[in-house]
Design a protein. Structure first.
Length: 205
């Protein structure tokens, strides 16, 4: 399923940003793939933290096989030894178990998130162990499909900006922010295409 704003965003970005237009022409038939289940999205984000794309996919495949269903009720029942056998660190085992328990106990405001502002959702999510701003921003993009997220802490986005607009030279955070301002209100779409421009691709959630 393609986000409903996707084609409108592409047209808008292409009209005013020739660099972005060129990246989009190189990837004509692809688009962000939404993740429909909040728990699944957040669990996958935790699994992929601070490891390579290939390693993250490998661990997630093993985790999915052990859990069978990626739902809180199933994860709560898994022993730490089962989670560790998937390749998860002890800390990530704690984070995923804590996330599952919070969902099962109704301690996260899942049903309110669609009506909340981006920053309000981020503030709610970062209270959960193991979820920082980057994970919350991935959730905004891939689950809530917010169109104007610009995760400046993401290394893939930083690299994409350097290569696409600055010949690979190092640039300041202020310069990145300024570039992002020019991409409003479709920064999620611009971020996604900047990721597409990289090899290998960054992890997505």
């Amino acid at each position: 399923m393609k986000p409903e704003y996707w084609e409108k965003a592409k047209r808008s970005l292409a009209r005013r940003d020739p660099v972005m237009a060129a990246i989009m022409r190189r990837h004509p038939r692809v688009h962000l793939q939404p993740r429909g289940d909040p728990f699944h999205t957040l669990a996958r984000a935790i699994v992929g933290q601070q490891i390579s794309v290939k390693a993250a996919q490998s661990v997630w495949n093993r985790f999915s096989g052990v859990a069978v269903e990626i739902i809180p009720e199933k994860i709560i029942k898994l022993k730490a030894t089962h989670l560790r056998a998937c390749g998860l660190s002890a800390r990530k085992c704690e984070y995923i178990s804590d996330l599952a328990q919070r969902f099962a106990d109704g301690l996260v405001h899942v049903h309110r998130w669609p009506e909340m502002s981006d920053e309000a959702v981020v503030a709610d999510l970062v209270q959960v162990r193991g979820i920082g701003r980057w994970t919350a921003e991935m959730f905004l993009m891939f689950n809530l499909l917010r169109p104007d997220v610009f995760p400046l802490g993401d290394l893939g986005l930083q690299k994409g900006l350097r290569l696409a607009y600055h010949g690979g030279r190092r640039i300041s955070l202020r310069t990145m922010q300024s570039r992002g301002e020019a991409l409003r209100p479709w920064r999620s779409v611009a971020t996604w295409y900047l990721w597409r421009s990289l090899d290998p691709l960054p992890v997505e959630y």
